[in-house]
Design a protein around this ligand. Structure first.
Ligand code: AMP
Length: 271
């Protein structure tokens, strides 16, 4: 894999280019995106950039795991041709212009992490301009992020086609996340309950149990087991608006803290 650190060094050959933006600490979730890009594109660019503008002042920007050499090997084995690994200074010469995606970014993660989606949308727009990919790949694990980026690409007429791929999970159901390594063994043992409760609420809703009741039970189970639930909700899969009865494309989304670690997950109601 060719490691590129500056915008000037990135070339733009006239071939179908697939792009996978990441913050590094690569795991099978990221690798599934890189492999999909490899299968569909002539050239695969992976970015490694821990984006400071999407972290809140009390979040884990400085202690976010960083290991470029190891990430380079994993990305290369999964089929990346270019690893774009810029410094913060390379990406942020100035910080006056922001991409704000109204509506879909406002509730849920947006409400709990002020400025987060503004940072995400801004850096993804910049990376799209820098890399100029034909296709870009994102994980459904970050469901609201997928909707924010889709909205931005449509609203700003960005010439890229987006792919959103299924969440990769541990054998016990826990969604892979770079932040799972923060969990102590006791927390790690509890962590799969978030996904279990999403499945359980989904099963209840599908057999006709009241949505708010099913969700209330799931949240209580999580709280009783030691989670601090931020939200657990049924939402419209496109607008992210809260639903009280099931409809087509509904999505169950949840965020909860185990100790200091915040976990998010979601499933489609069809799952
Ligand atoms: P991150 O490095 O956390 O910014 O994630 C980079 C990309 O990988 C995003 O599009 C994420 O949605 C995606 N991703 C993270 N975890 C998973 C997972 N468990 N399964 C599939 N995609 C994932």
């Amino acid at each position: 894999v060719k490691i590129v650190r500056t915008i000037g060094e990135l070339d733009h050959p006239d071939v179908v280019t697939g792009f996978v933006p990441t913050m590094g600490a690569l795991h099978e979730g990221h690798l599934s995106l890189i492999r999909a890009a490899r299968a569909e594109c002539e050239r695969v660019v992976v970015s490694l950039f821990v984006n400071p503008t999407q972290f809140g002042p009390t979040e884990d920007f400085t202690r976010y795991p960083r290991d470029e050499a190891w990430d380079g090997e994993l990305a290369s084995d999964a089929g990346a041709d270019v690893l774009f690994s810029p410094s913060v200074e390379e990406i942020y010469r100035g910080r006056s212009t922001w991409v704000e995606v109204e509506g879909v970014s406002e509730d849920w993660e947006g409400a709990r992490r002020p400025g987060h989606f503004r940072g995400v949308a801004t850096v993804v727009a910049k990376l799209f301009n820098i890399v100029a990919p034909t296709r870009a790949y994102f994980g459904l694990k970050d469901y609201q992020q997928c909707r924010v980026i889709a909205r931005m690409v449509e609203d700003l007429n960005i010439p890229v086609s987006l792919s959103f791929l299924e969440t990769i999970r541990e054998p016990d159901g826990l969604a892979l996340s770079s932040r799972n390594r923060y969990l102590c063994p006791q927390e790690r043992a509890l962590a799969p309950l978030l996904y279990e409760q999403l499945l359980s609420a989904s099963a209840k809703i599908r057999v006709g149990i009241d949505v708010d009741e099913a969700i209330g039970e799931a949240a209580s189970q999580l709280e009783a087991s030691g989670f601090n639930v931020d939200y657990f909700a049924l939402v419209d899969g496109f607008t992210l608006q809260k639903l009280h009865r099931s409809e087509q494309d509904a999505r169950l989304i949840a965020a909860a803290k185990l100790g200091q670690t915040r976990l998010i997950d979601n499933i489609s109601l069809g799952t």
